[in-house]
Design a protein around this ligand. Structure first.
Ligand SMILES: C[S@@+](CC[C@H](N)C(=O)[O-])C[C@H]1O[C@@H](n2cnc3c(N)ncnc32)[C@H](O)[C@@H]1O
Length: 326
């Protein structure tokens, strides 16, 4: 009896209830999946920062090179007049955005940066870091979902803005979902507003496969951290050691899919449900979609944007594209 009432307590907050409902929606399906937006608790943030630095994960280094070495060219395309408003969806630790913010604040006293992130932990870290390194920058953070944040910012200011969506976050959606996402993003913008979006490009499949299957096992830790989070916040009883990481890149579709594989038949108990796992059964954890430049340009025009410019790293593995809202 005590166990039951204690267990149900974990779902009394609205936040845990929607977390619980979202994961149950995925785990009750015949092809199990988990929503990737729950990866980022405090530990998930730390693990993702480690992934960004690991030798196989080229994406961060490519985009960092673009924003460090082509800062002036990218900023020139923003064509912003003061006061400058930069919004970032899923800002994370902002380590790459820093180059742009540093450049903009070196020439203007009126730059406001609006980072939006679902992780309060990473937002606090980002605010502290920017306060120390760029004291002249105004930072107005929004803790929550991308579009809740965009809606709130659109209400606060009607001034021209640039929206950043970096790190190939857009790749964590299917092509159809990414197209819907861009249309929805457009609906929160005024004509002439700009967006800078980071896309990972199609390349040698071995390079892509290795990026999501690192030697040190950080991707396993990152994925199983979501099971640990469900144990802590939802009173589940996952044994992380019963799951192995597997990823598969399909060079024809350009889709890299990550899974956790159940190593044994077993049951996981939640406060109001039990989930059965067969031996070898998969949980789909994340998709990382790779693009051709032509597909990116097509996505822009289909969703109400005009492609203005495209900034690639020296190897041509990654692009940050600049689009203008039409
Ligand atoms: C892959 S990381 C990339 C971070 C950063 N953009 C970069 O390039 O380094 C994704 C970030 O988006 C945030 N995020 C994921 N889903 C989100 C959502 N639905 N709404 C707001 N933030 C989200 C995560 O907390 C995380 O900080």
């Amino acid at each position: 009896m005590y166990m039951l009432s204690k267990r149900n307590d974990s779902l009394t907050s609205e936040v845990n209830r929607s977390f619980y409902d979202d994961v149950m929606w995925g785990l009750r399906r015949s092809e199990k999946c988990l929503p990737s937006k729950y990866f980022y608790d405090a530990q998930g943030d730390v693990l993702f920062q480690k992934i960004m630095r690991c030798p196989e994960y080229y994406l961060t280094r490519c985009e960092e090179e673009i924003l460090r070495e082509q800062t002036a060219d990218v900023a020139a395309c923003f064509a912003l007049k003061e006061p400058i408003n930069i919004v970032e969806l899923g800002a994370g630790d902002g380590s790459k955005t820093f180059h742009l913010l540093q450049f903009l604040t070196s020439s203007s006293n009126y730059v406001t940066y609006h980072p939006i992130d679902i992780s309060s932990h990473i937002l606090n870290h980002l605010e502290e870091d920017l306060k120390e390194k760029l004291p002249r920058l105004q930072v107005k953070s929004y803790h929550g979902d991308y579009f809740e944040g965009l809606a709130a910012i659109q209400q606060q200011t009607d001034l021209p803005k640039v929206v950043l969506f970096l790190g190939a976050n857009i790749g964590n959606m299917s092509k159809v979902d990414a197209t819907q996402f861009c249309s929805r993003m457009r609906s929160f913008l005024n004509k002439g507003d700009k967006v800078l979006v980071g896309f990972d490009l199609v390349k040698n499949p071995r390079i892509i496969q290795a990026a999501y299957d690192d030697e040190a096992g950080l991707t396993w830790q990152f994925n199983t951290n979501l099971l640990t989070r469900m144990n802590r916040e939802l009173d589940a009883n996952f044994n992380e050691e019963l799951f192995e990481h597997y990823c598969h890149y399909d060079p024809i579709s350009g889709t890299c899919s990550s899974y956790l594989v159940s190593l044994l038949e077993h049951r996981v108990v939640f406060p109001e449900d039990e989930i059965h796992f067969g031996k070898g059964e998969l949980i789909h954890m994340e998709v990382s979609q790779k693009y051709l430049q032509a597909e990116i340009d097509e996505m822009a025009t289909e969703t109400g944007f005009l492609p203005i410019d495209s900034f690639a790293d020296k190897r041509g593995w990654f692009v940050d594209v600049l689009w203008e809202a039409q």
